[in-house]
Design a protein around this ligand. Structure first.
Ligand code: NDP
Length: 233
């Protein structure tokens, strides 16, 4: 059975991916602050949870080494861990900017860099990065978030070309508005207005993103693509 690593598996979209993936793969996932939830989830689905702040390269290196020891390698990777913040462009501080890039973009880079050599030696690997529709379209009041998610798409496309000859695919998903804790940054009023613009007339469910991720993980001749899950938005 293949081994999958999912970052940020303790809540929201990552949790949905952990649940779906556990019927098909041996699952390792990371969490950062939600230790109790991660532990409960790991027991429920028979996965193994590891604490790791993906924005810290030393933590990433040691956790990936530990997972490789525990599982004998990592065949599939989902870079899902991420943060968001609503702020006017001119109010974004150096710290806000660095934190956003640190988790969303550096984190994707650190984890992927630590995992790829093992995939290359096996001649097989599947990587799915969780970007966002704001990474393709841009969102007002979320410049740093949009830039970090556009960066994830650039990394995905470039790496897909570099790794294609080695049997590794690299794709991204670009979810729209998905019903998780992350949406709590919006007020009820903002959310209502947002939903009124979605042709489906509702937010997406984390499971609906997880299904798209599972599809890309099992696809053999798709690489460098960005799959939108946005209810027609
Ligand atoms: P949640 O806020 O519900 O969950 C975020 C997850 O990321 C948690 O598991 C959290 O771990 C983890 N995480 C946050 N910071 C770090 C860090 N520094 N190191 C490691 N893990 C971290 O968000 P969603 O489930 O909504 O988002 C998941 C992904 O989907 C993100 O990349 C997000 O940008 C993207 N996305 C979400 C959309 C939405 O509408 N919800 C739309 C488009 C994209 P812990 O709780 O343990 O700290």
């Amino acid at each position: 059975m293949k081994t999958i690593l999912i970052t940020g598996g303790s809540r929201g979209i990552g949790e949905a991916i952990v649940r779906l993936a556990s019927s098909k793969y041996r699952v390792a996932f990371t969490y950062n602050t939600s230790a109790q939830r991660a532990l409960a989830l790991s027991q429920e689905v028979g996965a193994k949870a590891y604490k790791c702040d993906v924005s810290a390269s030393d933590q990433v290196e040691s956790v990936i080494a530990e997972i490789k020891r525990d599982f004998g390698g990592i065949d599939l990777l989902v870079n899902n861990a991420g943060i968001a913040q609503d702020k006017l462009f001119q109010d974004i501080t150096d710290e806000d900017w660095r934190k956003m890039m640190g988790v969303n973009l550096d984190g994707t880079f650190f984890v992927t860099r630590a995992v790829v050599p093992g995939m290359i030696s096996k001649g097989y690997g599947r990587i799915v990065n969780v970007s966002s529709m704001w990474g393709t379209d841009g969102a007002s009041m979320e410049t740093h978030y949009s830039a970090s998610k556009a960066g994830v798409i650039g990394l995905t496309k470039a790496l897909s070309k570099e790794l294609a000859p080695t049997g590794i695919t690299v794709n991204a998903v670009a979810p729209g508005a998905i019903d998780t804790d992350m949406m709590k940054t919006y007020t009820d009023e903002e959310l209502k207005e947002f939903v009124s613009e979605i042709p489906f007339g509702r937010l997406g469910k984390p499971e609906e993103v997880a299904e798209a991720v599972m599809f890309l993980l099992s696809a053999d001749y798709i690489t460098g693509e960005v799959l939108s899950i946005r209810g027609g938005y």
